[in-house]
Design a protein around this ligand. Structure first.
Ligand SMILES: Cc1cc2nc3c(=O)[nH]c(=O)nc-3n(C[C@H](O)[C@H](O)[C@H](O)COP(=O)(O)OP(=O)(O)OC[C@H]3O[C@@H](n4cnc5c(N)ncnc54)[C@H](O)[C@@H]3O)c2cc1C
Length: 628
């Protein structure tokens, strides 16, 4: 049934092979000739490619996200209990040392400078080879014109922004209304036949693509007309027909609070099986639709959580089904996602890095990474540096880190820890036991975003789709990324040429029924154990099964692959089925972020809420927690 590696094109030379195991400068010296002229639609665009040999991580392909070389030291510290010596005293003294160069760490540096003065000396230490944390930019040039996509964070969830976040974005020159004007991207719902579902041959016996049907909300009347094509048993197809035909209220007679509690205490999959009449096999097609943001299936999330995330059930609760089930909701985008926010912050903090100002030129601005860590700059951002010890003594902080295998130490008057909270007890054993325990409660959700540069989107266009849900596969969904334009960056739906197909998901846990945080831990281990070839074979198999009937060749039409694996992805935000209701002030994240001497705590973990605006709000709080 499954195709051979040769048929899928696993032997073809694409750029990723150069970088699979690459770490450090050797792998980072990828360069492309500068000044390449690309064509988007009819508009020629001068693409800011990088001179050969220049350090420029966004163009790297292969295994990215938590790339090889970024996490090993932290794992030695946290998993093996290894002790690292202080190493060379660099003699560097700062007003503030920030651990973690994600949006929260960058925002903390920004707010610190506002509060304590523009001449503040700040060092930001980051273990990855690029800044931004989860907000990473994937930049492709293999198909001609530059194609941008996010390697992690993508949505600006603007309706949820606090005044502080709106204020910061305005200072950085971000205008959400103008971003929305040129945004025509809808997570796989953009094809002329609407959203789609793809049942693959390895799981379901044959490849079947059904446009107009997804495991999210949708047009029920239209879905009902397509269910005969679903490659499940007759019994399961019949159960799907009953499910989509039902208009009932299975909780009739219960009070609003009883209904709320009921839906918070039953998993979505149990709910649609017990109250929607679906067979186990039919219910399973809804399961991995939640992987890409929750890191677990809909069997481990409550019905209430899944309804909020767009899975169908309103028709079982006395309401009309909702017709639109897009992943996004009310959101705005940059073409490289919130990497643009990270780039705006870095350009503001270290102006020598790039020319320009505001949102219009940030996407195409050329970044000179050699300026990030210059002694003459009051603010320095040091990449490839894993902090292994943070020691508070007499109102000052010693910070030890490992870079290029060597230990080094610096001093700060103050320190903001904007890194993952679960590593902090290992960095800072002097914290009170209750705080260390609270920090360890945070187990981030493992997530996966694999970006595949296709020679063109012709096959998908011909099929009338722009993506599909894939219930049997590693990535629960895939979608073409087009239609997000900012400044001079253009990539319209009508443009010919290369296009990125993004795959969204997580690695399923080793076993069902584990506690949610153990599920995250086992998924994380499995994700890290997978090779680039595993991911490559997976995306080639799906693209071949889905698009080959329209002339796509997995061997010829794939130009590059970047796997952004995030074993430590979304902040864990408590879960209806798995967490108690904490008393005010007693939730683990509230205990975890209590200031300790000259050390305060940022990161979206500090808000137990996985969003960019939370990362910024927590940075603001952490800077204000610092004493004068
Ligand atoms: C795939 C994915 C998609 C997402 N999509 C969205 C979205 O659409 N919208 C949204 O609002 N949010 C999204 N998020 C959530 C995202 O986490 C937040 O938006 C935000 O970027 C978090 O920023 P942060 O700085 O708090 O954390 P991070 O981005 O995790 O940054 C922390 C940094 O600290 C570094 N660090 C950790 N330990 C050390 C150490 N010992 N030494 C040095 N550095 C260290 C980490 O490697 C990391 O780079 C997404 C996350 C993922 C993974």
């Amino acid at each position: 049934m499954s195709k051979s590696d040769r048929q899928l094109g696993m032997h073809r030379e694409i750029t990723r092979r150069d970088f699979i195991h690459g770490t450090g400068l050797a792998a980072l010296s990828l360069g492309l000739g500068s000044g390449v002229v690309g064509v988007t639609g009819c508009q020629p665009l001068l693409v800011p490619t990088e001179p050969a040999g220049r350090y420029y991580p966004p163009t790297l392909t292969g295994l990215r996200g938590s790339h090889p070389g970024s996490f090993e030291v932290a794992h030695e510290l946290a998993r093996e209990g290894k002790h690292f010596d202080a190493g060379e005293d660099l003699g560097e003294e700062y007003d503030l040392v920030v651990v973690g160069g994600g949006i929260s760490g960058l925002a903390a540096a920004y707010f610190y400078r506002q509060r304590f003065g523009r001449d503040s000396r700040i060092l930001i230490l980051e273990n990855h080879d690029d800044f931004g944390g989860h907000a990473k930019r994937n930049e492709f040039h293999q198909g001609g014109p530059m194609r941008l996509v996010w390697g992690g964070v993508f949505n600006l969830e603007y309706p949820m922004f606090s005044e502080r976040v709106n204020f910061l974005l305005a200072e950085l020159g971000v205008d959400i209304d103008r971003l929305l004007e040129r945004n025509d991207f809808n997570y796989g719902d953009d094809g002329k036949l609407g959203p789609a579902i793809f049942f693959d041959a390895e799981t379901y016996g044959r490849d079947v693509l059904i446009p107009g049907f997804t495991p999210r909300h949708g047009d029920f009347a239209s879905i009902l007309g397509k269910l005969d094509a679903v490659p499940l048993s007759q019994e399961s197809r019949d159960s799907l027909k009953r499910f989509y035909s039902a208009r009932t209220d299975v909780l009739e007679g219960r009070s609003p609070e009883e209904r709320r509690q009921f839906l918070r205490k039953i998993s979505y999959i149990d709910f649609i099986r017990q109250h929607g009449g679906l067979t186990e096999e039919a219910a399973e097609i809804f399961c991995n639709a939640t992987h890409g943001y929750a890191g677990v299936g809909a069997d481990s999330l409550s019905a209430a959580e899944c309804e909020g995330a767009g899975l169908p059930m309103a028709h079982l609760l006395g309401r009309e089904p909702e017709s639109s089930g897009s992943v996004g909701g009310e959101v705005a985008h940059f073409p490289d996602g919130n990497a643009s926010i990270a780039r705006l912050l870095v350009r503001e903090l270290i102006p020598a890095v790039a020319d320009g100002r505001g949102m219009d030129d940030i996407v195409t601005a050329s970044f000179d990474y050699s300026q990030l860590d210059r002694p003459e700059s009051p603010i320095r951002l040091r990449l490839n540096s894993t902090v292994v010890n943070v020691d508070e003594k007499n109102g000052a902080v010693g910070v030890n880190f490992i870079r290029d295998g060597k230990a080094a130490s610096v001093k700060g008057r103050r320190c903001v820890l904007a890194c993952y909270h679960s590593i902090i007890p290992h960095l800072c054993p002097q914290l009170p036991a209750a705080q260390r325990q609270a920090l360890s409660y945070q187990v981030k959700r493992p997530l996966l975003l694999t970006n595949v540069l296709l020679r063109s989107s012709k096959a998908a266009d011909k099929l009338g789709i722009s993506g599909a849900y894939c219930p049997g596969r590693l990535h629960g969904a895939t979608w073409l990324v087009k239609g997000i334009e900012v400044g001079e960056y253009r990539h319209d739906w009508g443009d010919p040429g290369a296009a990125v197909m993004q795959f969204w998901g997580s690695v399923a846990p080793a076993a069902k029924g584990l506690d949610i945080r153990d599920q995250h831990r086992t998924s994380r281990m499995r994700m890290l154990a997978m090779t680039f070839e595993d991911f490559e074979r997976e995306v080639r198999t799906v693209l071949d099964g889905m698009l080959a009937p329209a002339g796509f060749s997995a061997a010829d039409d794939i130009l590059a692959i970047t796997v952004n694996r995030w074993p430590h992805g979304y902040s864990y935000d408590y879960s209806d089925l798995w967490d108690p209701e904490w008393a005010p002030g007693e939730a683990p994240h509230e205990i975890a972020r209590r200031p300790f001497g000259s050390i305060t705590f940022a990161n979206s973990d500090a808000g137990a809420n996985a969003y960019t605006h939370v990362a910024i709000d927590e940075a603001w709080r952490a800077v204000n927690d610092l004493q004068n």
